[in-house]
Ligand binder design. Structure first.
Ligand code: AMP
Length: 464
């Protein structure tokens, strides 16, 4: 695929600093900053020849890794191929030595996320959500028919024109599937991309055969619809491992104001198995989508909110894992596919896995976590061995899902150590003081240090 970027001769006036751009290549006068993306800034601008208002995405080449270049080229190529009323148009692409300028249609209504967050209740009534959803599905259907999966559908990429119509933007992560069409005429994509909270779970747990980009977009549509109707994410956790577990276990809850037909559609879109997931092409047959002339939405009462908060709290209690969670609940939660360690690591910054841990564990003394690349059996035996060597009474119990809980007791000081395999090559160990037995903070710190140094090289990452 040829790059759609036309290189222009560099000049000092053509590459102004991104903070104070006045004119761009003598062709556009730039105005206020409209927004910032992951690797670019977007400015309001006016054509000096036609006076047309446009948006210009300014990409500083120096700030992008060389590997971004194909993504940028992909964005341009994908967008230029598409012509649909709900897809943002690219007028032209210019470049200087240091910058790339994407001159785009101006979406005067801002982005959908901004519109949602400006509403007092942070959600849309169902008829309005349905209107946006119709336009999104229409745009994506068109994309898929043209061999393009978007792969980063999220409210920030859903812009609005002045009439309040959706304009899907930011094909920076989309892929043109011409080289990777697999046997069943599906777009099988090979690269990892997307925004975790909106991206389909198979994008992280992807197989060697790639994944179906249009099914991944269908998942994101489910998340978008959920967010539009509720004002919050269906799967949200600072701990990425937990978030992907929730996705695989379908752990999301609807607040009571979401209608049954909307719940049905979202549930069929948020199916972690892409083979069972509703496809974009089948969405128009759904009863909520068609509406059938019915009004489904109803107002929210304070009672609804209270019960939601209560449910969230109960869920937190449930997650207080091995010693309180019943085997039945555990077993029901085990029905998940796993990711491989590399994929999880690639989601965190560098090789530092601390981002996988909940924030509130980072400086607490009463709980510690670490990851290991060793097998679960090796980790359990090491914990048992180190415990015995350090003078603990040790009891090993197998939980369901093949996870283990090792109890370490020294006098009245008791630790539970839960060893769980979260991916085929990644074990997470959670150590918790069940009973401090009057042991002071200083002494407890000594115990942690002893355990840490005893466990030694089986630790891949220690959360502190
Ligand atoms: P992006 O880099 O495409 O994610 O854009 C970052 C932000 O800039 C978006 O969330 C929008 O708020 C804004 N933006 C991007 N493109 C446009 C556009 N064509 N018209 C108006 N605002 C835009």
């Amino acid at each position: 695929m040829a790059a759609a970027v036309a290189e222009q001769p560099p000049s000092s006036s053509s590459s102004p600093p991104s903070t104070a751009i006045k004119t761009i290549l003598g062709r556009y006068q730039s105005g206020k900053l409209l927004g910032k993306g992951s690797f670019a800034k977007v400015y309001h601008a006016r054509s000096l020849t036609t006076n047309q208002s446009v948006a210009i995405k300014v990409i500083d080449k120096a700030k992008t890794h060389p590997s971004m270049e194909p993504r940028i080229v992909g964005e341009v190529a994908a967008m230029r191929r598409l012509n649909h009323p709900n897809i943002l148009k690219i007028h032209e692409v210019l470049a200087s030595k240091s910058k790339i300028y994407l001159v785009m249609e101006l979406a005067k209504g801002g982005d959908l996320f901004g519109k949602l967050s400006r509403r007092a209740d942070h959600k849309f009534p169902e008829p309005l959500a349905r209107k946006y959803f119709h336009q999104l599905v229409s745009a994506l259907q068109y994309c898929h028919q043209n061999g393009v999966a978007h792969r980063d559908v999220k409210p920030q990429n859903l812009l609005l024109d002045e009439e309040g119509n959706i304009k899907v933007s930011d094909f920076g992560l989309s892929a043109v599937a011409e080289t990777t069409v697999a046997s069943k005429d599906k777009l099988m994509l090979q690269t990892s991309c997307g925004t975790p909270a909106f991206a389909a779970p198979e994008i992280v747990g992807r197989t060697r055969n790639g994944y179906d980009g249009s099914k991944a977009d269908a998942w994101s549509c489910g998340v978008i619809l959920f967010v539009m109707l509720t004002g919050y994410l269906p799967f949200d956790d600072a701990n990425l491992v937990m978030m992907y577990r929730k996705m695989h276990r379908r752990e999301f809850r609807f607040p009571s104001w979401v209608s049954k037909p909307a719940r049905g559609l979202i549930s069929r879109l948020l199916d972690p198995n892409p083979n069972n997931r509703l496809s974009i092409d089948d969405i128009p047959n759904d009863s909520w989508f068609k509406n059938n002339g019915m009004m489904y939405s109803r107002s929210v009462s304070l009672g609804d909110m209270a019960s939601l908060e209560e449910k969230k709290y109960k869920k937190l209690l449930l997650m207080d894992r091995c010693n309180t969670m019943s085997e039945d609940i555990d077993r029901a939660r085990c029905n998940q596919s796993s990711m491989n360690a590399f994929e999880i690591i690639s989601m965190s910054s560098g090789l530092n896995l601390s981002g996988m841990f909940d924030q509130d564990y980072s400086d607490g003394r009463r709980e510690k976590r670490f990851t290991s690349r060793e097998s679960k059996a090796v980790v359990v035996e090491k914990v048992v061995g180190v415990g015995e060597r350090l003078g603990y009474e040790v009891e090993k119990r197998e939980k369901c899902c093949g996870n283990f809980c090792v109890w370490l007791g020294k006098g009245r000081f008791v630790l539970s150590v839960t060893v769980s395999e979260v991916a085929s090559e990644l074990v997470v160990v959670e150590m918790k003081v069940v009973d401090s037995g009057g042991v002071g903070w200083d002494q407890e710190e000594v115990y942690w240090e002893q355990l840490k140094s005893g466990l030694g090289d089986i630790i891949a990452s220690w959360n502190q």
